[in-house]
Design a protein around this ligand. Structure first.
Ligand code: GSH
Length: 204
């Protein structure tokens, strides 16, 4: 097995979801820290790996792949011997895809942007991010009332994609206080063997 290389930033939730999944799968990897503050991700060498100039990307032998959710799909297909993280069944896969879309949609434009504003001073619309977060967390909390993980009794890549920016929402001053089912789900994800946290930036 190749050692997978993950290009990341230590505070990127998108990158963390990749590191978390590799750790849960017990797939060996090493990280390369990309200095976003210095603009390393917009240099030609990095853009040749990901023309969007974003972290994360992975290199796995001669495969170079960008986009955190695409990477989760790839890793599950290639390295998950259990076949449970991204089942082939059409409906199960579609249910997971629904959450991957939410992770790239409302989770990114809500809690992730709120955190980006509060931690890094990004000049973006906090009220909008907070409103998206509230709507998202109501739906998420309700979805988790009926089952322990997002698509059923066992975790899938849907849970991995949704975990980091949800768990770190308080860093963006989005409280998880009202959402008991979400908090219980976070604890379940954090109890998975091989779980690795992302660095926290403030008491939350
Ligand atoms: N759709 C991408 C989004 C990745 C993303 O937004 N990465 C951020 C860090 S969390 C980034 O690299 N931002 C730098 C930029 O866009 O210039 C994914 O899921 O990997």
């Amino acid at each position: 097995m190749n050692e997978i290389v993950v290009y990341r930033h230590a505070l990127s939730g998108h990158a963390h979801r990749v590191e978390l999944f590799l750790s849960l799968l017990e797939v060996p990897f090493r990280v390369v820290d990309v200095d976003l503050m210095a603009g390393a991700h917009k240099k030609p060498e990095y853009l040749s790996k990901n023309p969007f100039g974003q972290v994360p990307i992975i290199e796995d032998g001669d495969v170079t792949l960008a986009d955190s959710n695409a990477i989760l799909v790839y890793l599950a297909g290639r390295y998950d011997k259990s076949g449970t993280w991204y089942p082939r069944d059409a409906l199960a896969a579609a249910r997971i895809q629904q959450w991957l879309s939410v992770a790239a949609g409302q989770l990114a434009s809500g809690p992730a942007i709120a955190r980006f504003i509060k931690l890094f001073g990004a000049p973006l619309d906090y009220e909008r991010a907070a409103a998206i977060s509230e709507q998202l967390f109501k739906v998420l909390d309700e979805a988790l009332a009926a089952q322990p993980f997002l698509t059923g009794a066992t975790p899938t890549i849907a849970d991995i994609a949704m975990y980091t920016y949800t768990a770190h929402a308080p860093e963006g001053e989005i409280s998880l206080g009202p959402y008991g089912n979400i908090r219980a789900w976070i604890a379940r994800v954090e109890a998975l063997p091989g779980f690795v946290p992302m660095q926290r930036m403030s008491a939350s």
